[in-house]
Ligand binder design. Structure first.
Ligand SMILES: Nc1ncnc2c1ncn2[C@@H]1O[C@H](COP(=O)(O)OP(=O)(O)OP(=O)(O)O)[C@@H](O)[C@H]1O
Length: 362
């Protein structure tokens, strides 16, 4: 197992900077998901790790080995693409065996053992003799995963491997993928712009924006304490609510709290902040309750999981999205009441998190 070290790496294409002075360490034996909007540099970073592109500035290390200038074949990195090259006229086992046959140090017995092992983990023993052309897109991607991991390279990179797989097969593929990574303990870097996939698979998520990693955290921590407004907005469906807040002598005032709240850290300056809270940390009621603020229900919709999402207009024309499991006896246009769970309230200054709320001050 080796860790991947990105050491002050910049990648320019002509005048355009795709990766901007990036420093990062992707832990050995862990699954790191590169997550971010289209064009933020995920694929470019991946291509530099595998050696298909060279950094304009900086270096990439595998453990303490400097990879500068080394071509892909000297890096021993497995890779699974969106559209993997599969040989239609070869069987599942022959496709998985291909990279293994190039390794002359492997005996035929060892080769068979490795094929057995991945077919077993991928639950594909019964498909061993089938041709690739006989498989659906999800199963073909499973074979691609098997082929990449069977080499037992220290590092395996995945570039949006589930993009072309339909939803049901995607879930099975992700489950199979999790089993593979847990069993084989390779260092995995996985590119996706699907946050559910990243949250399900990753040990750590590297959230990218404009050629930089803006937060590197465990999925639950990234979701619970986004370090930037961007992270709060990007993660979650719907993302975090934001509204103006103000620091006063009594605490921090927000339109969502009846009284000022205390912050868990010293907030410098004296003035404007932004408060952020996730839709599931706001309680919606049809009647007034202590600590709740009034608003007007704009609309209420039911989501796939049977949860409700409400849009409520509160003071200052702020629209607050609320996620709730409970039905509410109110219609659009009615007055409703919102109560914020202080534990879910964070404060941002210039887009960066500066504190969280601790309690309602009296
Ligand atoms: N060979 C190239 N020449 C010029 N510009 C490039 C090249 N490769 C990538 N770029 C630019 O670099 C930026 C980052 O691209 P990249 O493909 O790494 O983003 P991404 O995060 O993987 O996006 P997506 O999710 O859409 O695949 C984009 O603006 C892209 O147009």
């Amino acid at each position: 197992m080796v860790k991947i070290v990105i050491d002050k790496v910049t990648k320019r294409f002509g005048p355009f900077t795709a990766i901007d002075a990036m420093d990062a360490v992707f832990d050995d034996g862990a699954v790191t998901c590169l997550l971010g909007p289209s064009g933020c540099g995920k694929t470019t970073l991946m291509r530099m790790i595998v050696g298909l592109e060279q950094p304009t500035v900086g270096r990439i290390f595998f453990g303490d080995r400097d990879m500068s200038g080394l071509p892909p074949r000297k890096r021993n990195v497995g890779m699974v693409f969106q559209y993997p090259v599969m040989y239609q006229t070869l069987s599942v086992e022959e496709n998985i065996a291909l990279p293994l046959t190039q390794d002359r140090s492997l005996s035929a017995q060892e080769r068979d053992k490795r094929i057995d092992e991945v077919l077993d983990i991928l639950d594909m023993r019964d498909k061993r003799k089938l041709f690739i052309g006989d498989l659906d897109a999800g199963s073909r991607q499973k074979v691609a995963v098997g082929r990449a991991v069977a080499r037992r390279s220290d590092i395996v990179l995945f570039d949006e491997p589930t993009t072309n797989v339909e939803v049901q097969a995607k879930l099975l593929l992700i489950r199979a993928f999790k089993l593979v990574t847990q069993r084989l303990k390779q260092t995995i870097v996985y590119v996706t712009h699907d946050q559910t996939e990243a949250m399900t698979l990753a040990d750590c998520v590297a959230l990218m924006r404009d050629g930089r990693i803006i937060q590197y955290d465990r999925p639950a921590d990234l979701y619970a304490t986004p370090a930037t407004e961007f992270a709060g907005w990007f993660l979650g469906n719907p993302g975090m609510n934001f509204m103006p807040a103000r620091k006063t002598a009594a605490g921090i005032e927000t339109p969502l709290t009846a009284a000022p709240v205390a912050a868990d850290a010293e907030v410098s300056g004296n003035g404007t902040l932004t408060a952020g809270i996730r839709p599931e940390h706001v309680r919606l009621g049809a009647t007034a309750a202590p600590g709740a603020v009034p608003g007007v229900l704009k609309d209420l919709s039911v989501t796939i999981a049977g949860r409700f999402i409400a849009n409520v207009r509160i003071e200052g024309d702020t629209i607050v999205k609320v996620k709730t499991d409970e039905a509410i006896a109110a219609r659009p246009g009615d007055t409703v009441y919102l109560a914020a769970d202080p534990a879910g309230l964070s404060f941002y200054s210039d887009g960066n998190r500066v504190a969280a709320a601790v309690r309602q001050s009296q």
